[in-house]
Design a protein around this ligand. Structure first.
Ligand SMILES: O=P(O)(O)OC[C@H]1O[C@H](O[C@H]2O[C@H](CO)[C@@H](O)[C@H](O)[C@H]2O)[C@H](O)[C@@H](O)[C@@H]1O
Length: 385
């Protein structure tokens, strides 16, 4: 990769840049690592008494905490909505969390807007769990038309980008608003609205299908496409007998969903993924909501995509700019961190119905509150004249 410019550049890194809280298969030895395999092959007694892949998987995965990471990756459906909290205690804990740690962006709206006064707002929105509710079937994560209108309205006043782990095509199909910026594949596939440029020497112009309008693309991981395609085929093949698994092609990354897999088979899903990707040191694995995500080991994530887009929009390092990022997933933390610690100070807003630690400043409970927040932004902007 040879990307030279004043813009942030993706750089190959040797070790997987994953935070400590995020457990990975590679960091946590899985059953049947090469060391274990060597030990077994050197001891024929062991070979007889420890049947490969039958016992040991669960024990090893459990002792590494890896299965716990898979279990805790998404709140159970019973507590997904604020109206549905299972007990008064849970309700109280959530309220304390919003009061003491991550205040509601709706209750704090005036405070946020007093800080925004005289500033240009740039808006970044995650898709799944933020604009659409989490559902069992990834292909059915539709956005309501009310939410689409809210996004459309807010984009009339503020530059708005959708930043998603999904492929850009897929998220564009769901959102269907041509006036937005889109960053698919966790920011590795960035597209300007028609007629706009990303202002980067390595962006390229392509015609988009229906109306043949020109858009500008930036794809820092394009050299990994052949490898990702190969891994995609292997993963589809190796998991085909596990009921409920869904392998999703997100172009520059792959999602292996286990939401609909019986919990007793989660270790098997992990094993299949590890078996395939262990021979690809240029790929890394992260955890999403009941999903294992495989992507290239480049120094690029949703946070980098936010910085790139601010640069493209000429809003980088400007004191009169307030970026706001709304997201629900672990991968959104990279963007929250950039807005919290980087030169482009702004607000991360975590969408969560359960208390959790985050680099965000504020919180919203669910997509319906996200919609309310977007509408409030529009009302505020109109009231400013
Ligand atoms: O960055 P995002 O827009 O939040 O995308 C992250 C992943 O979202 C999707 O999976 C999640 O939502 C599904 C639909 O609600 C749900 O069934 C699944 O369990 C969740 O993990 C998407 O399918 C993935 O490809 C994205 O990476």
């Amino acid at each position: 990769m040879d990307i030279k410019s004043g813009h942030s550049s993706p750089v190959m890194t040797d070790s997987p840049p994953i935070s400590n809280s995020r457990l990975t298969i590679r960091q946590n030895r899985l059953p049947y690592s090469s060391a274990a395999a060597t030990a077994i092959s050197q001891n024929s007694n062991l070979l007889l008494t420890v049947p490969r892949k039958k016992t040991g998987i669960l024990d090893d995965v459990k002792s590494n905490g890896w299965l716990d990471a898979m279990k805790s990756s998404s709140p159970p459906p019973t507590i997904l909505n604020k109206d549905n909290l299972t007990s008064d205690a849970a309700d109280m804990t959530y309220r304390e969390w919003t009061q003491l740690k991550y205040p509601s962006a709706l209750s704090s709206f005036e405070k946020i807007m007093s800080f925004a006064k005289g500033k240009r707002i740039a808006l970044f929105l995650d898709y799944d769990g933020t604009l659409s509710p989490i559902v069992e079937e990834p292909d059915c994560a539709y956005m309501s038309s009310a939410m689409r209108s809210a996004v459309q309205n807010v984009a009339k006043y503020f530059p708005t980008a959708i930043i998603s782990g999904r492929s850009r095509d897929k998220v564009y199909e769901f959102v269907s608003l041509s006036e937005l910026y889109y960053a698919g594949s966790h920011g590795m596939d960035i597209m300007s609205p028609a007629g706009e440029s990303l202002n980067h020497e390595h962006s390229r112009t392509v015609s988009v299908n229906e109306q043949g309008k020109d858009v500008n693309l930036f794809q820092p991981a394009s050299e990994f496409l052949p490898m990702i395609d190969k891994v995609l085929c292997s993963l589809i093949e190796s998991t085909k007998d596990i009921k409920g698994v869904k392998v999703e092609d997100n172009k520059f990354c792959i999602s292996v969903h286990y939401r609909n897999v019986e919990e007793k088979n989660w270790a098997l899903v992990a094993q299949c993924v590890d078996d395939v990707i262990r021979t690809y040191p240029k790929l890394r694995l992260t955890h999403g909501r009941k999903v294992l995500e495989i992507r290239p080991v480049i120094d690029w994530d949703k946070g980098k995509a936010v910085t790139f887009l601010l640069e493209s929009l000429g809003l980088n390092n400007c004191e009169d700019v307030l970026p706001i990022y709304v997201g629900d997933d672990r991968t959104d933390e990279d963007a929250f961190k950039v807005l919290r610690d980087g030169p482009n100070h702004g607000y991360g807003i975590l969408v969560s119905a359960v208390p959790k630690d985050s680099n965000a400043f504020y919180s919203l409970c669910d997509p319906s509150e996200v919609m309310e927040f977007l509408k409030s932004l529009v009302t505020w902007k109109r009231s400013m004249g």
